[in-house]
Design a protein around this ligand. Structure first.
Ligand SMILES: [Zn+2]
Length: 288
């Protein structure tokens, strides 16, 4: 069993983060909603209120997550909301400081990123997109709402036109996109609990590439670094990271989260809990 020298002494959290990344042979990073929120892309408060005052007035939503899952009764209203949501959380999303700092730390090592977020934070921060697996889809891509075929589409101009031309929270009917195969309305390519999502060839190729990376480093000093991952969909990042750690005595599971979650006894000796502010810890680790 290999030794992690960083863990032999007590350090501030930012030094632990920097230390284990320096020592690692490879890094696998799992990013959840908590990372984007920590970097300013919040789903609540001013950012939500100022972009959707009309919808909030009508539906009394508490945050953008609740809003984004709402079942609209017409496609005109669905796309009026989604086009504004996609513009805010994808097309116009600026580069986040913590995302950039994290990239500069991990790119010194072989690395891979898996995320349950569907925003544009990685591209905006200049990540190598061949190394980022979007497990839950991307807001900007479209899929057939009947799942009739395994292709996804992207039409940024159409999204912006929907934002421009909507009136009273409805887009003109002729702007509702339709499936080129079956004619059903198109929706955004985002995994949901009840339907899943359309997984196209690019997604499957990237997923295979990610799994090959995990396999290539399955006995090395690997850091499985989980950032801002909650318990809504633990099957995509949290549980696989636990399994990978349990199967490799040289691996560490590092979890950055201000809430603490229960960890299985078997991997507790290989687990590092970082509970300070996510953004501050990353920026301090980067500047050390
Ligand atoms: Zn179709």
């Amino acid at each position: 069993m290999k030794v992690w020298k960083t863990l032999e002494q007590k350090h501030p959290e930012s030094e632990i983060l920097k230390g284990v990344l320096d020592e690692a042979d490879a890094v696998v990073v799992g990013i959840g909603a908590g990372m984007s929120a920590a970097d300013g892309f919040t789903y609540i408060g001013e950012r939500f209120n100022s972009n959707f005052p009309d919808f909030i007035e009508k539906y009394k939503w508490l945050d953008m997550l609740q809003a984004s899952l709402y079942k609209f009764s017409t496609w005109e209203e669905y796309w009026a909301f989604q086009s504004r949501f996609i513009k805010l959380n994808y097309l116009d999303q600026p580069a986040g400081e913590a995302y950039i700092a994290l990239k500069e730390m991990i790119e010194k090592k072989p690395y891979y990123v898996i995320t349950t977020n569907a925003d544009n934070a990685f591209y905006a921060a200049g990540y190598n997109m061949d190394k980022v697996l979007y497990y839950q889809g991307e807001y900007v891509r479209l899929q057939c709402s009947d799942f009739c075929h395994d292709k996804t589409y992207r039409d940024d101009d159409l999204i912006l036109e929907m934002v421009e031309k909507q009136v009273d929270m409805k887009i003109p009917s002729e702007l509702v996109p339709h499936c080129p195969e079956c004619g059903a309305p198109m929706e955004k390519n985002k995994r949901t609990a009840e339907k899943g999502m359309v997984e196209d060839d690019a997604f499957n190729a990237q997923k295979d590439d990610y799994n090959a990376f995990l396999k290539a480093y399955d006995s090395d000093k690997v850091v499985y670094l989980e950032i801002g991952v909650g318990h809504t969909t633990p099957q995509f990042i949290k549980h696989p990271f636990w399994r990978q750690t349990r199967q490799n005595e040289n691996a560490l599971f590092v979890t950055m989260n201000q809430k603490s979650y229960r960890i299985p006894e078997a991997i507790k000796p290989q687990t590092v809990f970082l509970t300070d502010d996510i953004k501050e810890t990353i920026l301090n680790a980067h500047n050390n």
